[in-house]
Design a protein around this ligand. Structure first.
Ligand code: GYE
Length: 266
């Protein structure tokens, strides 16, 4: 039976960008789930990690009178005005993946990741791995102002605060990209001699950091000089673990498409 455009449910998705393997998997998953065969017309905008572009994408969805708007918020702050505009236009908004600092009344649902919990899980993993050993720790944070960064940092710091012999020497943003992780790690290696642990707030930044560590003539992973772990657990992170370069990856599931589909159907 042919499906005509008029029958399709229109969904605008203001996507963060294409900064990581996690994000690529997330985009692919929405494209798979919100297909025309499934009765949807998906307008996915890659906002290239630009907050202003993301606000503009949402306003374009409002002006096109889409049936639903889905937002993976780059920044957690600054959403009140545009969400009010969507509400005034009568368009339901689903926040997905990252969280926002706005009143619950301004959007219809949220589905995503408890990143504070991930940070705590990571800290507990490290505590078990280190035992009583002292540790000089460096943190490569995600994008500034993103809830995934705020949550993972907060969760890990909660556990670090319970260990007097853990010292967080520095933390810098690598913007969730491989190039960013490499750059931050290169500067850490210039500033600090005695590095025991590197926390990368996503896998791609860890890949960049591993390259920088090797280029500096050091080693990392279970048999290396430096312990390194990251968040997401994308396929390439398993390759890095198998190669012995990465100690651990904390799982974060990018497959939110089916969950958003279910919310829309409800
Ligand atoms: O960990 C990172 C991506 O918001 C949970 O964003 C997501 C994060 C994910 O760029 O790789």
């Amino acid at each position: 039976m042919p499906v005509y455009a008029d029958d399709l449910v229109t969904v605008g998705y203001a996507q963060v960008g294409h900064e990581s393997d996690w994000r690529t998997a997330n985009t692919q998953n929405y494209q798979d789930v919100f297909s025309e065969d499934a009765g949807y017309s998906l307008d996915l905008v890659d906002c290239d990690n630009d907050n202003a572009a993301q606000l503009e994408a949402v306003r374009t969805f409002i002006s096109k009178d889409m049936d639903y708007i889905v937002i993976a918020p780059i920044q957690s702050a600054g959403w009140d005005t545009v969400l009010q505009e969507a509400q005034d236009a009568g368009i339901p908004v689903i926040i997905a993946d990252r969280e926002i600092e706005a009143s619950d009344d301004l959007y219809d649902a949220w589905v995503g990741t408890n990143t504070t919990n991930e940070g705590i899980t990571a800290g507990n993993w490290l505590a078990e791995y280190l035992g009583d050993a002292d540790a000089n720790i460096l943190v490569i944070e995600g994008s500034v102002g993103a809830s995934a960064t705020l949550g993972r940092t907060d969760g890990f710091n909660q556990v670090a605060g319970e260990h007097d012999n853990w010292k967080i020497l520095d933390s810098q943003s690598g913007d969730f990209t491989q190039a960013g992780g490499q750059e931050v790690m290169e500067s850490f290696l210039k500033s600090y001699d005695d590095i025991d642990v590197v926390v990368a707030e996503n896998d791609n930044m860890a890949f960049g950091a591993i390259d920088a560590i090797k280029a500096a003539g050091k080693t990392c992973g279970p048999d290396g000089d430096i312990i390194i772990f990251s968040f997401d657990a994308v396929k390439a992170a398993f390759d890095a673990m198998i190669a012995g370069d990465l100690n651990a990856a904390l799982e974060c599931n990018p497959l939110h498409g089916p969950r958003v589909d279910e919310i829309i159907k409800k």
